[in-house]
Design a protein around this ligand. Structure first.
Ligand code: ASP
Length: 546
């Protein structure tokens, strides 16, 4: 069976597993109640005997914790994605608890237990969900009951496998990019060729990204996804995700200014840049060193003095490729674990309120891929589309499952060089740069998300606002790292530049991880499309790999 078929099967198996067993599995029957932040803190602080005192709708609520379960799943980077505790509690209701808005939600949620449960004074048993990430405000919100202990355990056992795979992939990135970019730059011959390749590549990256944001805006206006969110769903989403949204906005606020980011591309200590794996700094240093090695004077043997080092790096690069091939044997299992973890965490229920928004992003991504990349490959690179699509498949599947253009880079490079026959000196320059600088999928999603949030809040966006979205989303996607969730943080910047409330991030957080998979695949497709264009523009005869 071909590798991409195996990866695809792994993805499907992971998806089925996550959806069936994940903490937010849609298949499970009972309701659970999500607590307000204050109540969560009270519950966590409950003494060992399990008696806790919360406040519900302003009235004290005594409850006893009968049983607790914890689910901790890690995201693709190994960081805890969400730690959730579920507690089965016994509580006794007073009339005040059933009053007002919160009481109405509680009544609706308790309804399955029958009218007797709703009688004031009745002892009720219920599951409460206590997310570890603090959720400000809130109140009681019906949620799905977590899976049996078995499901959580199964996913917890799988999660390290996904992490193992990601770590192995990341292990090869820095040595691979450093060696292949350096050897590539050195074999370009002269600085002028490098300058031309660099400016054309950057120009094309920025142009496609700006088109992507504009397309996102058009799709969002055409489908108007904000009109499909009813006020109840809006309140629920805001309550559930407010805490996380604030955290994202804070990390965006800590981002350096544009000028600082540009200056930071130059590493003060290249060894530190290599050790940290800072991609733009590594690219800068490797480019300088590659040029310098070609300019070294000739030694006594008549060869340039840098020739030995260049050769050694060439050999290092070959060894990295052997390692990648070995790591990719693990891909189907690793991918299954990653996809199970994402879908298990988000579940599909959150999709209901956001279905039109999700479809709008997906439609935009599909249009961008077909029109812009199809156009680039067909008209500028003069290549037939079907073989191109076939050759890029492994990289796109991996991008989809890892949600990281950086982690996918080793395979992107391999697809370009081996399957698409892009020369090493072109691929090794264009693709590492693209993995951090070119994020069309991310930019497009930011365009849709900005309009969507504005629509839900009833804000009119002027033409100037939309131009500001195009500009900031294009620049923000340059600044975003190729890691899961990076686009969400830079979206906070886009929103604040346009005056759209950042709290709106809470509306889209539930489906963000899912959309991250699709937009990352488009990001990587964009890098590969530009690589074949550069291959042609840089004067190589058109080579149809088939
Ligand atoms: N995960 C994306 C990437 O690596 C970035 C993002 O949109 O969050 O390309």
């Amino acid at each position: 069976m071909k590798l991409h078929t195996q990866i695809l099967l792994g993805m499907l198996a992971g998806a089925a597993l996550g959806l069936a067993f994940g903490p937010n599995a849609a298949l499970l029957p009972h309701d659970v109640y999500s607590l307000s932040a204050a109540s969560q803190a009270d519950l966590r602080a409950a003494p060992d005997d399990g008696a806790a005192r919360l406040s519900l709708g302003g009235a004290p609520l005594e409850l006893r914790i009968l049983e607790e379960r914890q689910g901790e799943l890690r995201d693709a980077l190994g960081a805890p994605h969400r730690v959730t505790t579920w507690a089965r509690v016994a509580l006794t209701l007073t009339p005040q608890h059933l009053l007002g808005d919160e009481g109405a939600r509680l009544r609706a949620a308790l309804d399955p237990q029958g009218a007797a449960a709703l009688r004031p004074g009745a002892r009720v048993e219920a599951w409460l969900r206590v997310p570890y990430t603090s959720v400000e405000g809130g109140g009681l919100t019906p949620q799905r009951l977590p899976v049996s202990g078995l499901g959580v355990t199964l996913l917890a056992l799988l999660a390290p496998l996904g992490e193992l795979f990601m770590r192995l992939l990341k292990m090869v990135i820095t040595p691979l990019v450093f060696s292949s970019l350096l050897v590539g730059v050195a074999s370009l011959g002269d600085v002028r060729t490098l300058g031309r390749l660099g400016s054309r590549t950057l120009g094309l990256y920025l142009a496609t990204t700006a088109v992507a944001v504009a397309l996102g805006l058009v799709c969002a206006h055409a489908l108007s996804p904000g009109d499909f969110v009813d006020p109840a769903a809006r309140a629920r989403l805001l309550a559930e995700y407010q805490g996380l949204a604030a955290a994202r906005a804070t990390s965006a606020a800590a981002a350096p200014s544009m000028l600082d980011s540009l200056l930071q591309i130059i590493p003060t200590n290249p060894f530190e840049a290599l050790a940290r794996g800072d991609m733009l700094q590594v690219i800068f240093f490797a480019t300088c060193l590659g040029v310098a090695l070609t300019l070294t004077p000739k030694g006594d043997d008549g060869r340039p003095k840098g020739a030995t080092l260049l050769r050694a790096l060439d050999e290092l690069q070959e060894a990295m490729i052997v390692m990648i091939n070995a790591i990719m044997r693990l891909a189907p299992l690793g991918v299954a674990a990653l996809v199970a973890s994402v879908l298990g965490q988000s579940g599909l229920s959150v999709l209901q309120a956001l279905v039109v928004y999700t479809l709008t992003v997906l439609l935009g991504l599909a249009l961008h891929t077909a029109l812009v990349y199809g156009g680039l490959v067909r008209l500028l690179a003069h290549r037939p589309l079907a073989p191109f699509a076939r050759h890029v498949r492994p990289a796109l599947l991996l991008a989809f499952s890892t949600s990281s253009s950086s982690a996918t880079l080793p395979v992107t490079l391999e697809c370009a060089e081996q399957a698409l026959k892009v020369r090493k000196e072109v691929a090794s320059f264009v693709l590492p740069l693209g993995s951090t600088v070119n994020m069309d999928g991310t930019a497009l999603y930011q365009g849709v998300a900005a309009v969507f949030i504005a629509q839900v809040f009833g804000l009119e966006l002027t033409l100037g606002d939309q131009l500001s979205i195009i500009l900031t989303a294009t620049l923000a996607s340059v600044g975003a790292a190729g890691v899961p969730g990076a686009g969400l943080v830079t979206l906070a910047l886009v929103l604040s530049a346009t005056g759209i409330p950042q709290v709106g991030l809470a509306l889209i957080l539930g489906v963000d991880r899912l959309l991250d998979m699709f937009r990352t695949a488009v990001n990587v497709a964009g890098d590969l499309a530009v690589s074949v264009v550069m291959e042609r523009l840089e004067g190589a005869p058109t080579r149809d790999p088939d």
